[in-house]
Design a protein around this ligand. Structure first.
Ligand code: COA
Length: 143
């Protein structure tokens, strides 16, 4: 059974591997260990027993949320785990008024996910990523 819970220290190495594999980059063990108890940041994992299948991280400050990283293990994608993580994040912060994030312009999967969850593209950041890719800035307002 898949459980969504706050990131714990022993799961950080699995999260770093997931980020590196799927995003080509990671926040890194050190940053995650430093930020794990930061009350302005929420990191959630989706786990099957001790195996981390997905992960979402967000800054949350006074009703404004910014999604930092969001990944689901390739073999388990498109089975609803991303939706479980995203919904749990929103459930834990019922006072959220807006959510913002950057997504690579060619990331069809990610963009589809956010569109399905009522995000709109509000702007574009040119050459935002290390390899020169542009980012779309997407936002969801909760009324
Ligand atoms: C984006 C991501 C986290 C979504 O997680 P997921 O568990 O696959 O998502 P879900 O199964 O809950 O899918 C929800 C919706 O997302 C969209 N989606 C997910 N995977 C998709 C794919 N391969 N192609 C197109 N749309 C897709 C669909 O709208 C889907 O709804 P549907 O299945 O009813 O059509 C996951 O695909 C992922 O890890 N991608 C690689 C990393 C990434 O791009 N992260 C976001 C960067 S900001």
């Amino acid at each position: 059974m898949i459980k969504i819970e706050r990131l714990i220290k022993e799961d950080i190495p699995q999260v770093v591997l997931l980020e590196e594999e799927l995003l080509g980059d990671s926040l890194g063990v050190e940053m995650l260990e430093n930020e794990i108890n930061n009350t302005s940041i929420c990191f959630l994992t989706a786990k099957d027993n001790k195996k981390v299948l997905g992960y979402i991280g967000a800054y949350v400050i006074e009703g404004e949320m910014e999604i930092l990283n969001f990944v689901v293990d390739k073999a388990h994608q498109r089975s609803g785990i991303g939706t479980l993580l995203f919904n749990e994040l929103l459930k834990r912060y019922p006072n959220t008024l807006s959510i913002i994030l950057e997504v690579r312009e060619n990331n069809e999967q990610g963009i589809n996910f956010y569109k399905k969850n009522n995000f709109n593209v509000i702007s574009k950041r040119k050459h935002y990523y290390k390899n020169g890719d542009d980012a779309l800035v997407m936002m969801k307002e909760i009324i």
